[in-house]
Ligand binder design. Structure first.
Ligand code: MN
Length: 162
């Protein structure tokens, strides 16, 4: 799943379920469908599985701001090492490269997460397939929540009215 999060700065939180938790990356520019457009993805602490459909306003403290469920669905792990060996998601992440296919409502197709160096910086890269596009920006074309259809301002207004 991917949340759109209007915190100190606007970003997208990519969360992949693995090993009973949500592995998480903050993607400042959001996902791209253009294979030549590598997006910085900062690995963040794992989140609990119950966070997968969280939408609302975090009032203060860490991550304060408005959150909406930008996309959700399933994914499959396609990571190979040494030519043919399919490795677990956890092992793939330890080795700094995860290849996966997304089956979301907005995002589909093959992606890779590749760690840069030894820190928490990764790159989110769209692989070339029938879902890759050079011209379309999914964050501009589809800003709404897949859970409620609301955009960020509507989530914030609804919470303020309660
Ligand atoms: Mn966030």
């Amino acid at each position: 799943m991917i949340q759109l999060h209007d915190a100190t700065s606007l970003h997208y939180d990519l969360r992949l379920e693995a090993g009973g938790t949500l592995k998480s990356w903050a993607v400042p520019k959001g996902p791209s469908l253009d294979p030549s457009d590598r997006r910085l993805a900062m690995q963040m602490p794992d989140h609990g599985l119950d966070y997968y459909d969280f939408e609302g306003v975090i009032p203060d403290g860490y991550g304060a701001g408005t959150v909406l469920v930008w996309d959700w669905g399933t994914y499959t792990n396609h990571t190979e090492r040494h030519g043919h060996l399919l490795v677990s998601v956890e092992e793939a992440l330890r080795h700094g490269k995860l290849s996966f296919e997304l089956f979301g409502e907005k995002l589909r197709g093959r992606f890779a997460l590749v760690r840069k160096g030894r820190g928490n910086e990764w790159l989110l890269i769209k692989k070339r397939d029938e879902h890759s596009r050079a011209e379309a920006d999914p964050t501009e074309l589809a800003p709404w929540s897949v859970k409620t259809g609301r955009v960020l301002d509507e989530v914030a207004e609804d919470e303020a009215a309660e």
